[in-house]
Design a protein around this ligand. Structure first.
Ligand SMILES: *[C@@H]1O[C@H](CO)[C@@H](O)[C@H](O)[C@H]1NC(C)=O
Ligand SMILES: *[C@@H]1O[C@H](CO)[C@@H](O)[C@H](O)[C@H]1NC(C)=O
Ligand SMILES: *[C@@H]1O[C@H](CO)[C@@H](O)[C@H](O)[C@H]1NC(C)=O
Ligand SMILES: *[C@@H]1O[C@H](CO)[C@@H](O)[C@H](O)[C@H]1NC(C)=O
Ligand SMILES: *[C@@H]1O[C@H](CO)[C@@H](O)[C@H](O)[C@H]1NC(C)=O
Ligand SMILES: *[C@@H]1O[C@H](CO)[C@@H](O)[C@H](O)[C@H]1NC(C)=O
Ligand SMILES: *[C@@H]1O[C@H](CO)[C@@H](O)[C@H](O)[C@H]1NC(C)=O
Ligand SMILES: *[C@@H]1O[C@H](CO)[C@@H](O)[C@H](O)[C@H]1NC(C)=O
Ligand SMILES: *[C@@H]1O[C@H](CO)[C@@H](O)[C@H](O)[C@H]1NC(C)=O
Ligand SMILES: *[C@@H]1O[C@H](CO)[C@@H](O)[C@H](O)[C@H]1NC(C)=O
Ligand SMILES: *[C@@H]1O[C@H](CO)[C@@H](O)[C@H](O)[C@H]1NC(C)=O
Ligand SMILES: *[C@@H]1O[C@H](CO)[C@@H](O)[C@H](O)[C@H]1NC(C)=O
Length: 526
């Protein structure tokens, strides 16, 4: 039966053609396959729909045949002869075919059994079609809604449950509609409650890969909202998948507490570190320590501006928010640049130990460390004056939690993600060089437990200073990854404080131990 169905189509005979007289004409299949099919009558289309409905209902398991059936259904509907507007329904399928004399905006309402240009009882789906679909008098606009029969599994191999098992197909005969200026909006009423741990995501059927895609589709929904809107820039079959919200609201709450506690601890530790630096001459005499303390200052700035950011965003003071955004961005960039300079300094220390002499070394480092972020921030302001201000944390939820930061997404990505990426790659290489150096230093020496422990401790300290933890962000797609990222990064300042304290103890114990390269006292002199 399946095979017959398929062959029929390929051999360009409309499935129910035998019922009709020979008034049909031939035309090219939409999509310009070389096959020709005959123009179907409404009756043909209805029979075809009934056939697809039976097949979907009776299908025992998922198969790629489902994809083919839907694709063919669309072609049949597109090539159905309509004079103006026709509504067809059969079982779980309803369709509306419309031939527009001139381009207009259309609003389509559908319930499980009917579809019209005006409201129907128990509206399930509401579609707003834009004017510029490019549909002329020769093109049929096709709307089709499939309410998938109850299945034991997921619909068409979806990664989640398809909301109310509804697929909404939209197409224009003879055209591939994509890249729409004004988007098409498909709205579904929320009738089944949405689980707290889940959220809807608008998807469409990608027939070429037989998979779901979401590019070009926005999901407009907030928790407790009574409808879900999918706003897409092309036409195909659309559906709403229920996916696990990640991180879930309760995880988000825990993460924000972790951040608050971690950053407060860091701020406290970093302040003590500055005090230690001021009160200990040995620290002040050491160039490496001066580099570290610059990073400490950058981190203090970062934490000071990050901690109250959410609170400031909640106040409705625009100028304060712009200042906070600017300062937060600057201190984040300064943190990155000082982490990179830590890497650079380490490289000089380890690889070119004795043969460097750089005039005004610290001054030059400082110009880079504090100057580069200033240049970037200035450029952002020059390019877009409104780049700083109130920024929702989740762009899909504009009324949700917000902070003061870079509002322009492109600039935020380029300056923040771009910089983090570069610094991370650079510092991973530096860490690799360090590890190699450690290994070669230790070669020939007998392994001694306390020495190994000391080395591991030193390497961990270096990794913290180099900000390797920030790289975890690139892998924090999973909730667990987000926890790791959050804990490690909010505590970075505190770890640096611990490292300072340990260094101090070690310094006091053995003032003249040169062998430990990380603590080297053979600095480049300025
Ligand atoms: C479409 O149907 C109308 C009448 O329903 C008929 O006159 C016309 O010839 C048909 N057109 C095609 C292309 O089949
Ligand atoms: C529409 O897209 C399909 C593949 O996605 C392509 O094969 C076909 O040629 C396109 N048709 C038109 C009219 O652009
Ligand atoms: C459509 O198919 C015909 C042959 O069937 C071919 O000559 C023509 O170039 C195709 N048009 C497009 C836009 O691919
Ligand atoms: C859909 O609307 C039609 C009339 O517009 C109505 O007769 C029918 O009962 C409605 N179907 C459902 C499931 O509510
Ligand atoms: C769906 O939404 C429309 C418009 O928002 C409303 O008129 C209709 O009553 C709703 N239907 C249900 C079943 O909630
Ligand atoms: C769809 O929604 C978007 C934004 O919500 C709006 O700009 C657009 O005009 C809407 N499209 C139609 C056809 O109403
Ligand atoms: C519609 O089709 C007819 C006959 O196939 C053709 O003469 C006419 O130019 C077409 N109109 C448009 C707008 O493509
Ligand atoms: C779902 O699974 C149950 C038990 O595995 C089976 O009895 C039932 O027929 C299945 N339903 C469908 C629609 O496949
Ligand atoms: C939400 O989903 C989880 C797991 O999927 C389930 O344990 C829980 O009972 C569901 N809650 C509601 C309100 O449906
Ligand atoms: C379908 O998926 C392929 C491969 O991922 C992609 O190239 C293509 O653009 C997708 N089609 C649509 C309509 O997005
Ligand atoms: C949604 O509604 C529930 C109960 O009505 C409430 O507890 C919850 O805070 C609401 N969530 C949002 C985001 O408004
Ligand atoms: C956000 O809140 C404003 C005012 O409180 C409201 O007008 C607007 O509709 C809300 N936006 C969304 C997407 O809910």
């Amino acid at each position: 039966m399946n095979c017959w169905f398929h062959l029929c189509f390929v051999f360009s005979i409309c499935p129910a053609m035998t019922h009709e007289t020979g008034t049909s004409t031939t035309r090219t299949v939409p999509g310009n396959t070389s096959a020709k099919i005959k123009k179907c009558s409404t009756k043909d289309a209805e029979i075809f729909m009934g056939e697809v409905n039976t097949r979907l209902t009776n299908r025992k398991s998922q198969s790629s045949q489902d994809w083919k059936d839907i694709g063919e259904l669309e072609k049949v509907l597109e090539s159905t002869n309509v004079t103006s507007t026709t509504s067809i329904s059969s079982g779980h399928l309803v369709a509306l075919l419309h031939q527009a004399k001139s381009p207009t905006r259309l609003t389509i309402y559908a319930n499980n059994s009917e579809v019209y240009f005006e409201t129907v009882p128990n509206t399930k789906v509401l579609v707003h079609l834009p004017k510029d679909l490019g549909a002329g008098p020769n093109n049929t606009i096709v709307f089709c809604m499939i309410t998938w029969p109850e299945t034991n599994g997921t619909v068409l191999g979806a990664q989640g449950l398809l909301y109310e098992n509804i697929l909404v197909g939209l197409s224009v005969s003879g055209k591939n509609v994509s890249g729409l200026q004004e988007r098409v909006n498909i709205t579904m009423n929320v009738t089944t409650p949405i689980n707290e741990t889940h959220e809807p995501r608008c998807v469409f059927l990608n027939f070429s890969t037989q998979n779901y895609g979401s590019e070009g589709c926005q999901t407009l929904w907030e928790r407790n909202q009574t409808y879900i809107t999918c706003s897409c820039d092309h036409l195909t079959y659309f559906g709403v998948l229920m996916v696990n919200s990640s991180p879930s609201p309760s995880d988000q709450k825990i993460l924000s507490y972790i951040t608050l506690i971690g950053c407060s601890l860091s701020l406290f530790g970093l302040s003590i570190t500055v005090l230690l630096f001021i009160t200990h001459k040995k620290f002040r005499a050491d160039v490496s320590m001066k580099v570290h303390i610059s990073l400490v200052f950058a981190l203090i700035l970062l934490n000071v501006h990050f901690l109250p950011s959410e609170m400031v965003a909640a106040l409705s003071s625009n100028s304060l928010c712009v200042y906070m955004a600017l300062a937060l961005h600057y201190s984040l960039l300064a943190t990155f640049s000082w982490m990179a300079l830590e890497g650079f300094h380490l490289y000089l220390l380890l690889v070119r130990v004795f043969n460097i002499y750089i005039r005004r070394y610290l001054l030059k480092l400082s110009v880079v460390g504090w100057g580069v972020p200033a240049v970037i921030v200035s450029l952002v302001v020059i390019i877009d004056r409104t780049a700083y201000g109130y920024t929702p944390v989740d762009s899909r939820n504009p009324n949700g939690t917000a902070i003061c930061y870079v509002t322009n997404t492109t600039m935020m990505m380029v300056t923040t993600m771009g910089m983090i990426g570069l610094v991370f790659i650079f510092n991973v290489i530096m860490l690799g060089v360090t590890v190699r150096r450690f290994i070669s230093l230790r070669q020939g020496q007998e392994t001694n437990c306390s020495r190994v422990k000391q080395d591991i401790f030193s390497l961990l300290g270096i990794a913290t200073l180099l900000g390797i933890t920030w790289g975890v962000g690139f892998f924090s797609i999973t909730t667990a990854g987000q926890y790791v990222f959050c804990i490690l990064n909010s505590l970075q300042g505190f770890f640096i404080f611990l490292w300072f304290v340990m260094s101090l103890r070690k310094m006091q114990k053995s003032a003249a131990e040169v062998s430990n390269a990380t603590q080297s006292t053979t600095e480049p002199k300025n």
